[in-house]
Design a protein around this ligand. Structure first.
Ligand code: ADP
Ligand code: MG
Length: 684
């Protein structure tokens, strides 16, 4: 029986008690195991260096001989600056101490001294942060010292000491978690050795090797959860095995006003295949804006309805719900499929009636906002939920459905392509289908970045496009955090444009309008009765009006890159050449990068990659519902290759039948149980 270090109070490490133990607790450390898991975020290198090789600004440790008398300048009673000449590697150097004048008496000429500090090559100054005499009992010289994040009255020095003590007392007892086959595969350090070296590395190489092992472990365990979840889901037979009428689906596809792209065909085949399986589908459909995700969803919904089930399409806004309902009606009408719209603007009575029809199975496909699958909504035989332009369908929503006795197939469509880096992290538990091409005949959108001084030409541009029968969007200036001012802006711009173009109809869309008003405007725009649509960002997602060819965005430098790409994606949806004009303040340096990316490329995957680079993973999905895990050591961007390896290894492992039974994998299965994957809790 091994000792569980996580059950052992941290006070078992000698030297940890009282106030110090409390301060560790504030860092989330209450057990020995947690202490050992508190890794340094970098190392300080006290290896002796040759000063003549050092570069300006380096933090270095050098040894020299004192060649003068300390010169002290006092500022007030405690603040001081002390200068001292030192000969280092045949150079005359000035060592500078701040507020350390009390050292003065120890600094006698002719004595050797070791100094650590920042090197100013121009002035031959070394600003000293630490110093010691050669041979000192607690010498750090020649070592690598870990740097931890500390708080309260805790010092770096104290924590280093405690960590060293913990390693001495308990290092031998750190259990292995990775199976031997993986340790062998990558020639990795055993866990106990890696942890010891992370805290007490002999040199950088050892520190790196230890880090590498622990990064792998962290990513592997994360991926194991994902892959085990996926494998278990696939092996469960508690979903709907849709008895599909494949010839019927083929006929539906043939009846579409266009032929599907190869990508759409492949993706649809993957989905149909999944729908027939007895486990419940958990699939992500991604593709660039305009790649044609909606029609793929429509075909899947059609297939499910023909198999005798109901479908639901969940979208983030009422405008979109309304639009999707219209396009589905157009496609489904010849087949007598009943659709309905469930949004917040129904009257109580309408809502009651609708819910009753849903429950009785008189409605085949319901389109609506998030509330669709919640609360008092019951289906007779729900077979497929599609969510559009929305964050992932969460475990929680799945469990709401389960509690109602439903376990439908789930398909999530993303608003923007997701860089591969993030996809295998955030969506590792899902099967992914990707639309890789746009429908044929689309002309790439031409994008221009201009300044406010060119407004007149921009107006001329709007006039010409509308005169040719096209339509234009104008997205209004963005005032951070102030919906009220955004609305005012939209109202002003609308008035200006209507004044400039009295012969055309200029529409207005903003967040303060009622859903019915918004729908009216949208309908007029999509039917071509409104020529120019002025809008705040409520327009952003999913709107599809192929005749619109011009997208003007005010204050483009204030929008995020993915959002700009989404907005641009509202045009370029038909046969006509389309344009995107980004009006921006040339002085905004941050915005410049984004504008450059926009004018450089139309490729959503490339845009996503750059967006990730500019914003970092946390912000990519927006902070709130990122769905991204937080790693202790790993960085999901720079450690991406390791993440991929870990994913492949985890996937391979859970496919082995002995993984679920053999003693060699006990600790991993135990881990899955602790994480509520194995018992199935996640799905219940
Ligand atoms: P997104 O992937 O951005 O949601 P949509 O589904 O809105 O894209 O499709 C964009 C436009 O392309 C729509 O007008 C749609 O009818 C059209 N479309 C979809 N597939 C094809 C195709 N295979 N050929 C031609 N047009 C298509
Ligand atoms: Mg769409």
């Amino acid at each position: 029986m091994t000792l569980d270090l996580y059950a052992l109070p941290v006070t078992h490490v000698s030297g940890v008690k009282g106030k110090k133990a409390e301060e560790l607790l504030a860092l989330g450390i209450s057990s020995v195991g947690q202490l050992l898991d508190y890794y340094p975020f970098r190392y300080e290198d006290y290896t002796l260096r040759d000063l003549t090789q050092a570069k300006d600004g380096d933090r270095i440790t050098v040894q020299g001989t004192i060649a003068g008398v300390p010169q002290v300048q006092m500022y007030g009673r405690t603040k001081s600056r002390m200068l001292l000449k030192i000969v280092v590697d045949n150079l005359f150097v000035t060592a500078v101490w701040f507020n350390r004048h009390f050292l003065k008496d120890k600094l006698t000429a002719g004595t050797d001294i070791i100094l650590t500090g920042k090197w100013d090559q121009k002035r031959l100054h070394l600003t000293v942060s630490e110093s010691e005499f050669p041979g000192a009992r607690t010498s750090q010289t020649g070592t690598l010292q870990p740097v931890y994040s500390v708080s309260g009255s805790m010092t770096q020095k104290w924590l280093r000491q405690v960590m060293k003590q913990a390693v001495l007392q308990f290092g031998e007892m750190i259990p292995e978690v990775l199976p031997a086959l993986l340790l062998r595969k990558y020639d990795m350090l055993p866990r106990k050795q890696a942890i010891v070296l992370l805290h007490l590395p002999g040199n950088m190489e050892q520190g790196q090797r230890a880090r590498k092992r622990m990064v792998y472990e962290e990513l592997f365990l994360f991926q194991l959860k994902m892959q085990a979840y996926r494998a278990l889901n696939h092996s469960r037979a508690d979903g709907v095995a849709h008895p599909l009428d494949l010839p019927g689906v083929r006929a539906f596809v043939r009846s579409l006003p266009f032929t599907l792209t190869e990508s759409q065909k492949n993706v649809l085949a993957e989905i149909l295949q999944d729908l027939q399986q007895p486990h419940s589908m958990n699939r992500l459909l991604q593709g660039d804006v305009g790649a044609g995700k909606t029609v793929v969803a429509a075909a899947a919904l059609f297939a499910v309805v023909k198999a005798g089930y109901q479908g639901a399409l969940m979208v983030p806004t009422e405008i979109l719900a309304e639009q999707h309902k219209r396009s589905l009606d157009r496609l489904f009408e010849p087949y007598g499929i009943q659709t309905a719209l469930l949004t917040g603007s129904l009257t109580d009575r309408q809502r009651r009636d609708l819910l009753a029809s849903l429950q009785m199975g008189m409605i085949d496909v319901v389109v609506g906002t998030h509330a669709l699958i919640q609360e008092d909504v019951f289906f007779r035989r729900l077979g497929l939920v599609v969510t559009d332009e929305q964050h992932r369908f969460g475990v929680q929503q799945r469990s709401i459905l389960r509690h109602k006795g439903m376990n439908p197939d789930i398909m999530t469509m993303t608003a923007t392509p997701i860089p591969r880096t993030l996809a295998i992290t955030a969506f590792g538990d899902m099967d992914v289908s990707t639309l890789r091409e746009l429908p044929k005949g689309r002309k790439p959108i031409k994008t221009y970045a201009v300044t406010h001084s060119m407004m007149e030409r921009v107006m001329g541009f709007i006039g010409r496009e509308v005169a040719e029968g096209r339509q234009a969007y104008v997205i209004c200036p963005l005032i951070e955090e102030s919906e009220k001012l955004d609305v005012q802006n939209a109202i002003d711009v609308h008035a200006q444009l209507q004044h400039a173009f009295p012969q055309y109809k200029v529409g207005l869309l903003h967040g303060r309008m009622t859903p019915a008003e918004k729908d009216d405007t949208m309908r007029e725009f999509s039917e071509g009765r409104v020529h120019v649509l002025v809008s705040t960002t409520v327009i952003e997602v999913g709107v599809d009006v192929p005749n619109a060819t011009l997208m003007i965005i005010y204050d483009a430098d204030r929008f995020g890159l993915s959002q700009l790409h989404q907005l641009r994606g509202r045009v370029g949806r038909g046969e006509h050449q389309s344009y995107c004009v980004l009006i921006a303040d040339p002085k905004n340096e941050v915005g410049k990068e984004r504008l450059k990316a926009m004018t450089d490329t139309n490729d959503g995957f490339e845009i996503a990659r750059r967006d990730l680079e500019l914003r970092g993973p946390g912000d990519f999905f927006g902070t709130k519902q990122s769905g991204l895990p937080e790693f202790r050591l790993a960085d999901m961007v720079t450690d991406f290759e390791t993440m991929e390896q870990a994913r492949d290894d985890a996937a391979e492992l859970v496919r082995r039948s002995d993984f679920w039974t053999e003693a060699a994998f006990d600790s991993l299965r135990e881990y899955l149980r602790r994480e509520h994957i194995l018992s199935g809790d996640l799905l219940d």
